[in-house]
Design a protein around this ligand. Structure first.
Ligand code: X2X
Length: 345
């Protein structure tokens, strides 16, 4: 009897000790998910997916494991439909993302800025926008759309490729079946160039190239190389650098609000560091003086066409009407600021 009572008392003590010690932790654990879902289009073999994994890794480190992130490449949380990613992020189906400005531009019109043909001539121009007042304005408009933007990464300058012949003039694109991404601005640009553009997701694009359902596409060289697009018949690349898509590291606003100030700071710092490292990777090996990726593409039998300034200008002129029309849709003030900041770079 005595023994049993003693046992019960010990059990009660243990229970209260356990409860006393674990209650605050349990409360905290309830507002934190055991795992956060992070969406990207491209996986670890690409700078983009690498940057997302790097962010996850740094967050784990900096929060002592309080925030665990799982990366879902292939926009798999939205069944591969990358233009639905932003909506799913707002709705909380996705907790975090490293997303391309192109894929979110159907919902955030300002993001079409980066897809204005021939707005940004070089990396300094991209940086002048993302690291300046234009970038701040775009972040402010994202903040009004239920997400917390933290850092700018980069997919890269998008070069046009095809299976038919070298492209040196707009005429060379005439009638060519081109896969483009999901913003109507891309349809407008390729229509203006006389091509025959069709919209599809990245997942559908590769089989379409392999079967010849499309002749060509446009994507950064880092993507061309990692996706081995020469194996799906892309034999001709033209370096025209007509647009570049930055990436944005974001967290759903409710998820963000559920974290302590200390953890928010850690996630932000991790995003800034991962983005810095990701941009360096996205830019590596594809320009003069640092051309290992470009060389390996050529080594695979791909013909790389480099345009003179005059040749590039013909593409610019052919798309000038699209630029004008879309500047109005994006917001003439924002476009004007972007042009000024690029001129001053
Ligand atoms: O679909 C594309 O072309 C890609 C991978 O570059 C984007 O997601 C914008």
């Amino acid at each position: 009897m005595l023994r049993r009572r003693f046992g019960a008392a010990v059990a009660a003590m243990c229970a209260s000790t356990v409860l006393g010690l674990t209650l605050p932790a349990t409360a905290a654990a309830e507002s934190y998910k055991s795992e956060y879902k992070l969406s990207t289009v491209l996986g670890d073999a690409f700078p983009w997916g690498w940057g997302a994994s790097r962010w996850a890794e740094l967050v784990k480190e900096k929060t002592d494991g309080r925030i665990n992130i799982k990366v879902y490449p292939g926009a798999s949380l939205v069944s591969g439909d990358q233009t639905k990613e932003f909506t799913a992020l707002r709705q909380g189906i996705i907790d975090m993302a490293v997303g391309s400005t192109i894929n979110w531009s159907p919902q955030v019109k300002e993001l079409n800025l980066f897809s204005l043909p021939f707005l940004m001539p070089d990396y300094k121009a991209i940086d002048a926008l993302t690291q300046g007042r234009v970038g701040e304005k775009i972040f402010a408009s994202l903040t009004q759309r239920d997400v917390v933007p933290l850092a700018w990464g980069e997919n890269g300058f998008r070069e046009v490729t095809n299976s038919k012949h070298p492209v040196r003039t707009p005429e060379d694109l005439k009638g060519m079946k081109m896969r483009v991404v999901g913003s109507p601005l891309f349809l407008a640009t390729f229509n203006a160039l006389g091509a025959n553009p069709t919209q599809m997701s990245w997942a559908d694009a590769q089989p379409a190239m392999a079967t010849g359902a499309v002749d060509g596409q446009e994507n950064p060289l880092a993507v061309f190389s990692a996706a081995k697009l020469h194996t799906v018949d892309q034999k001709f690349v033209t370096l025209w650098g007509y647009v570049a898509d930055p990436l944005i590291f974001v967290v759903n606003e409710k998820v963000w609000a559920s974290w302590s100030a200390e953890d928010q700071k850690a996630v932000r710092e991790a995003a800034l560091q991962a983005a810095r490292e990701e941009v360096a990777r996205a830019r590596a090996g594809i320009s003069e003086g640092d051309d290992a990726v470009l060389k390996s593409i050529e080594g695979n039998g791909v013909t790389v066409t480099r345009l003179s300034d005059t040749e590039r200008d013909a593409f610019r002129q052919a798309t000038a009407g699209v630029y004008q029309e879309w500047a109005g849709k994006i917001g003439n003030d924002l476009v004007k600021q972007a042009e000024e900041d690029i001129a001053k770079r």
